[in-house]
Ligand binder design. Structure first.
Ligand SMILES: CC(C)=CCC/C(C)=C/CC/C(C)=C/CC/C(C)=C/CC/C(C)=C/CC/C(C)=C/CC/C(C)=C/COP(=O)(O)OP(=O)(O)O
Ligand SMILES: O=P(O)(O)OC[C@@H](O)CO
Ligand SMILES: [Mg+2]
Length: 228
């Protein structure tokens, strides 16, 4: 399914983590809508290419979520480009993007590139630490970032990121209520069918990451929870 607006469930695979062929097959054939390749640390051209080649044995749509310029490579169906709206450093909001467009501008196919407005809410996750995200936010602050994403920047995706910890479903519901065009992604700490169902009530798309590497059966069960 190549219309990202229809995606309800996606798996995020970290190129810096090990996954067996059998596990990868289960993930790609699980009925998930897409597989995102992305992570925060030690994402290299080599490990991205290796994972891409292995995922390409299956027909599932495959996205590269760009975390550094060195690992950008052709061959993905889509490219998701994060900008961390609550970062205290403009490097993560505009500077790296400027550098990337300077480098790749002539060969960029804008139809396959989607900007993600991240709001990172788990203060101990790697992405929050790397980008010096201000995670001490009130609900109104988060809602304001969502409105900025939709109305000021017209971003296709607003991503509520709790990577490594399960977030607050009431906040996800509040954010969903103010978004009309921008697609709401929720990711963080989803480990059970119940959690997947709960967040999928509000988020347009849920993202399941770390549990793949901790308990593959539980990870696979999150697909069923959303697709039924
Ligand atoms: C050659 C070719 C095909 C070109 C294609 C054209 C193209 C797409 C060019 C790139 C254009 C562009 C504008 C690129 C942007 C460049 C860039 C480096 C932007 C910065 C991205 C950014 C803000 C990164 C910060 C980290 C972050 C938010 C990463 C997202 C992933 C994430 C949050 C992972 C979760 O963390 P995880 O690693 O899982 O953590 P744990 O290990 O704790 O679980
Ligand atoms: O790894 P988890 O905690 O499932 O989070 C998924 C995704 O939002 C990470 O960027
Ligand atoms: Mg992870």
């Amino acid at each position: 399914m190549y219309d990202i607006r229809q995606w309800r469930h996606v798996f995020k695979l970290d190129p810096n983590k090990e996954i067996s062929d059998e596990q990868l097959e289960h993930i790609c054939e699980s009925g998930t809508d897409a597989v995102i390749v992305g992570g925060t640390d030690d994402v290299t051209l080599e490990n991205v290419l290796e994972l891409l080649a292995r995922i390409r044995r299956f027909s599932v749509p495959c996205v590269l979520e760009i975390s550094n310029l060195e690992s950008v490579t052709p061959g993905f169906d889509f490219y998701f480009v994060p900008m961390v709206l609550n970062s205290r450093e403009k490097k993560w909001i505009i500077d790296l993007h400027h550098e990337a467009v300077k480098q790749f501008g002539d060969i960029m196919n804008w139809d396959e590139i989607f900007m993600e407005g991240y709001c990172i809410l788990h203060k101990n996750c790697k992405a929050a630490m790397l980008t010096d995200a201000n995670t001490e936010l009130q609900e109104d602050d988060v809602v304001a970032y969502a409105r900025i994403a939709e109305h000021m920047y017209r971003l296709p995706i607003f991503y509520l990121e709790y990577s490594g910890s399960y977030g607050n479903p009431e906040l996800v519901q509040r954010v969903k209520q103010v978004l009309k065009q921008t697609q709401l992604f929720y990711g963080g700490g989803i480990e059970t069918e119940k959690q997947a169902k709960e967040m999928a009530q509000y988020a347009d798309t849920i993202v399941v990451g770390n549990v793949i590497y901790e308990d593959i059966k539980k990870a696979l069960a999150t697909v069923k929870a959303v697709k039924q």
